[in-house]
Design a protein around this ligand. Structure first.
Ligand code: ADP
Length: 190
């Protein structure tokens, strides 16, 4: 399995797990949140557009995000496999991803769904807020990001479940323990 999505609510630990999984399987880790943050810090035009949405806990418009991912998936390293972290988050992004992958002549191998309790993730994010310096880590924005996730992104799991791609993993516990569960879920017969 080398072309994967990792999904879960904000604070589920997607970024941490995606980075270490990418290293274990030799795939590119593609985090839309990280790419947006890099652009914000370098004050690019994309960064200026994205920042206003991110600070409000809203999604960046699909056309902006889709163009960015299309470009990123076309780069050489993604040819050895990729883990998409934080994309797709809307049905429009699902359609675009289908189209991008069809154009590249490849298919998704699986979707890792990190399952966590909302109160637990809000607590985690509030703790991270003390040190992350992320401007979207304030309590109101954290709660709003959870609502947006449940309204816009959680429904995507049904789409991928219907395609038989989803592997659920309990996201509660130590980082290494969750990583072992992810490996086991990916090794298990589909
Ligand atoms: P989290 O999962 O904690 O929300 P991310 O780093 O994945 O953190 O995303 C941070 C912000 O970047 C999101 O709240 C959103 O504004 C923007 N973003 C990231 N990925 C997408 C996406 N696929 N579509 C639209 N906006 C996105």
């Amino acid at each position: 399995m080398s072309r994967l999505l990792i999904m879960g609510p904000p604070g589920a630990g997607k970024g941490t797990q995606a980075a270490s999984l990418a290293e274990r399987i030799g795939a590119a880790h593609i985090s839309t949140g990280d790419i947006f943050r890099e652009n914000v810090s370098q004050q690019t035009e994309l960064g200026r557009t994205a920042q206003q949405y991110m600070d409000a806990g809203e999604y960046v418009p699909d056309e902006v995000t889709n163009a960015m991912v299309r470009d990123r998936l076309g780069q050489d390293d993604a040819g050895n496999g990729f883990i998409l972290d934080g994309y797709p988050r809307t049905l429009d992004q699902v359609d675009t991803l289908d189209e991008i992958l069809a154009g590249l002549g490849v298919q998704l191998d699986g979707v890792v769904s990190l399952v966590v309790d909302t109160d637990e993730v809000v607590a985690r994010l509030l703790k991270r807020a003390e040190t992350s310096g992320r401007s979207d880590d304030t309590e109101d924005v954290i709660r709003h990001r959870q609502e947006v996730y449940h309204a816009e992104t959680a429904p995507l799991l049904s789409v991928y479940t219907e395609r038989g791609l989803v592997r659920e993993v309990d996201g509660l516990g130590e980082v290494d323990e969750v990583a072992r569960r992810i490996d086991a879920a990916l090794d298990a017969p589909g």
